[in-house]
Design a binder for this molecule. Structure first.
Ligand SMILES: [Zn+2]
Ligand SMILES: [Zn+2]
Length: 353
């Protein structure tokens, strides 16, 4: 299927303010005119920003690391907003939650931090790392997996939606932009950018930051619900509902479809899921859906409808015991030919991109 490419851009520019009304006509962004939107509602025009694949300083600072010539996805986090184990379960005198106690043991696959995925692409000048979401626990996830897997740079971050478990780690990117690379391009829908403009106002408009304070240097790129390129890899947004009236984006890249936060898939999105090789899908709890997330029964219903070659569930809460649920899911291969499993933090899957 040929899909037209549209690419709106927001970039902060240091001069030439043009005041426009607070309300921004979304159609304006379809003109491909580069914009900068500020907290006071003003907009600046500036030259088109293209995120560089790798800055020279990035390459220079790259240490010897594990080399690989195969693309892969790494599950940086596969859990709910509060993380697993829950503190409240570990402090409960009645010890009613076996999964959280298991999760507290070293190496447990029940230990899950905020949902996030890293796409690693081999490139002639070094690997390119594209992160989907950086939530509240991003620092802790990165601490766990980046050194272990030899991951150095963050060459882009794509945002699914603006809940805290998807954007809460934007401040943590300061370690990269201060010590690894000049900046991190962020790809986000306008509605989520507007949220960041409140939650992370000092990263959107750095004019109020105390001189010398080394906050994250982020470059915001506004995406539409149309395909866009990040470092030559095409991402197709998969618009879904994440609670009534609240939009979240999944993303398709190659034959991989990633939908981390969903309560309903609109009919228009299903054609984008055809011929899916790996489906990564939200499955919050074993028994039922919530108002904002698929439960396992609904997620399996969607798998039967979408028919991917392989499915890995993500976004699991503490009621989902990794081994127990997976031992039940594996039976579906025999009975229905479905290859479905729970993912886990740190899971690496080689892919062709
Ligand atoms: Zn628990
Ligand atoms: Zn959410």
């Amino acid at each position: 299927m040929v899909v037209p490419l549209s690419f709106g851009i927001v970039r902060l520019m240091p001069s030439s303010l043009i005041k426009l009304p607070r309300t921004i006509n979304p159609l304006y962004l379809y003109t491909r005119v580069p914009l900068s939107i500020f907290r006071n509602g003003s907009i600046r025009f500036g030259p088109i920003f293209q995120a560089s694949l790798h800055s020279s300083s990035t390459r220079d600072s790259r240490p010897a690391q594990v080399s690989f010539d195969q693309s892969e996805i790494v599950f940086i986090g596969t859990g709910t907003s509060e993380g697993i184990p829950r503190v409240s379960c570990l402090t409960n005198p009645n010890k009613t939650c076996p999964v959280c106690f298991k999760a507290a043991e070293p190496g447990s696959r029940n230990k899950r931090l905020n949902t996030s995925l890293l796409v690693r692409l081999p490139r002639p000048l070094g690997e390119c790392n594209i992160l989907i979401d950086a939530g509240k626990f991003f620092y802790h996830s990165a601490l766990r997996w980046f050194p272990a897997y030899g991951i150095r740079t963050i060459d882009a971050v794509i945002i699914t939606h603006s809940h805290a478990d998807a954007i809460g780690g934007l401040d943590d990117l300061r370690d990269w932009t201060n010590n690894v690379q000049p900046s991190v391009p962020i790809y986000t829908a306008l509605r989520d950018f507007e949220v960041m403009n409140k939650t992370h106002y000092y990263l959107v408009d750095k004019s109020g930051v105390t001189p010398g304070a080394a906050v994250s240097d982020l470059q915001f790129n506004i995406i539409q619900e149309e395909p866009f390129l990040v470092h030559d890899l095409q991402f197709i947004p998969l618009p879904v509902w994440h609670g009534r009236g609240y939009r979240s984006l999944g993303f398709r890249f190659g034959n991989i479809c990633y939908i981390s936060d969903v309560s309903e898939i609109p009919e228009d999105t299903y054609p984008l899921l055809e011929n899916c090789g790996i489906l990564i899908l939200d499955a919050l709890r074993p028994d039922r859906s919530s108002s904002t997330h698929f439960g396992l029964p609904k997620a399996l219903e969607e798998v039967r409808k979408i028919r991917p070659k392989r499915t890995l569930f993500t976004g699991m809460m503490h009621l989902m015991d990794h081994d127990e649920v997976n031992s039940n899911l594996v039976k579906l291969k025999e009975t229905e030919g479905l290859d479905v499993q729970l993912s886990y933090d740190g899971l690496r899957v080689p892919v062709s991109l």
